[in-house]
Design a protein around this ligand. Structure first.
Ligand code: MRU
Length: 348
């Protein structure tokens, strides 16, 4: 199963989002009918995770087209609103890609845009199932028969996608084959997606897991307690450099040192072939309050500021395997997305 509650759903006149800011304590939904509300929901991480942002962006165009008709905007006003959705967050390439995918349907009206966005949503779920199967096959071919101890960072599950998940799709598949002993879910500072969301998803699916502080992850790996790390991605450059939630680089370095695989699981839409390497990935810097305070109370001295990058870039040489819905690239061994793009285009 995915989660019993859909992360993102088009109701015909609104985008219904599972509010991830209040999980795991409350299951609440937000019905979004205008562009301001959608941009705000994306920035506050009501909806989050690269593939889910792609789907939200695509439906966001339908929202903008409907609002334009309702409020009498001209084409320029509508297009400016669409551009605001497209830029609501910078790092995950999927948001812009989701918007761009449905733009050719704008002239045919909101219904046509929403239909194409729904096709993207459905493809995402199908793609995640394929990622799960490819990833599990690849991992099990290298780890033998024993039950696995898997580490993951942030949330790349059903909640970060249209369903099933990317990194957690691999974990779900491994669990379905009876091969998961335990999942270490990094809590993922500053907003605790791992503790709040990944642990919630794993618990719902009956997959054994423990939450650990981000700072514990490299040590857990070096102590030999982890067989494989599986993470998601927000943008992958042509050479395989991978942007993911801040803290992923430490996991990757420890995996290299310990000699265990770091597996990145992401749809091909997360690959940005226009970027030759990770130096060009726009890294979102978020509000200082996310790390200077806790539960509404200031934790750091009043005069001290913050540096709060939300993502980091793992160099391709540390990415053992990239699993997409089309198969597995052994990136560190030289099978980069750019090298794969030629044959992929020929197949398409
Ligand atoms: O800031 P978020 O929660 O949108 O970031 C999402 C991530 O970075 C996740 O780690 C994930 O791997 C990428 S989306 C499947």
């Amino acid at each position: 199963m995915t989660t019993d509650v859909p992360t993102i759903e088009w109701t015909g006149d609104a985008l219904r989002l599972l509010d991830q800011t209040v999980l795991p304590h409350r299951v609440e939904f937000l019905a979004v009918q205008d562009v301001d509300a959608l941009v705000d929901a994306i920035r506050r991480l009501v909806v989050r995770g690269a593939p889910a942002l792609g789907v939200a962006g695509a439906f966001g165009v339908a929202i903008a087209v409907r609002q334009a008709a309702r409020e009498g905007w001209d084409g320029a006003g509508r297009d400016a609103a669409i551009a605001r959705v497209r830029k609501a967050r910078p790092t995950a390439v999927n948001l812009a890609a989701g918007v761009d995918r449905v733009l050719p349907f704008v002239a045919r009206g909101a219904g046509a845009v929403a239909a194409e966005a729904q096709a993207l949503l459905d493809e995402d779920v199908r793609g995640n199932r394929a990622i799960g199967a490819f990833g599990a096959d690849w991992i099990l071919a290298r780890t033998g028969d024993r039950p696995l101890r898997v580490l993951t960072h942030c949330n790349a599950g059903s909640l970060a996608t249209a369903g099933w998940g990317t990194a957690l799709g691999v974990v779900r598949e491994l669990h379905g084959r009876g091969r998961v002993e335990i999942v270490y879910a990094d809590e993922t500072r500053p907003l605790l997606q791992g503790a709040r969301l990944t642990a919630w998803e794993l618990d719902q699916a009956g997959i054994p897991c423990v939450v650990q502080a981000d700072g514990a992850a490299p040590s857990t790996i070096l102590r030999g307690l982890v067989d494989v790390a599986v993470i998601g991605a927000d943008r992958i450059a042509a050479n395989g450099d991978t942007a993911n939630k801040i803290g992923s680089v430490g996991v990757a370095l420890a995996c290299r040192e310990a000699g265990i695989p770091l597996v990145v699981a992401a749809p091909w839409s997360t690959v940005d072939l226009a970027l030759p390497d990770g130096a060009g990935v726009p890294i979102e810097e978020r509000d200082a309050g996310e790390i200077l305070a806790w539960g509404g109370a200031r934790t750091a001295p009043e005069r001290v500021g913050a540096y709060n990058p939300a993502f980091d870039v793992t160099p391709a040489r540390l990415v053992t395997a990239l699993v997409t819905e089309t198969g597995v690239l052994e990136v560190a061994a030289g099978a980069t997305p750019s090298a794969a793009a030629g044959p992929r285009r020929a197949r398409d």
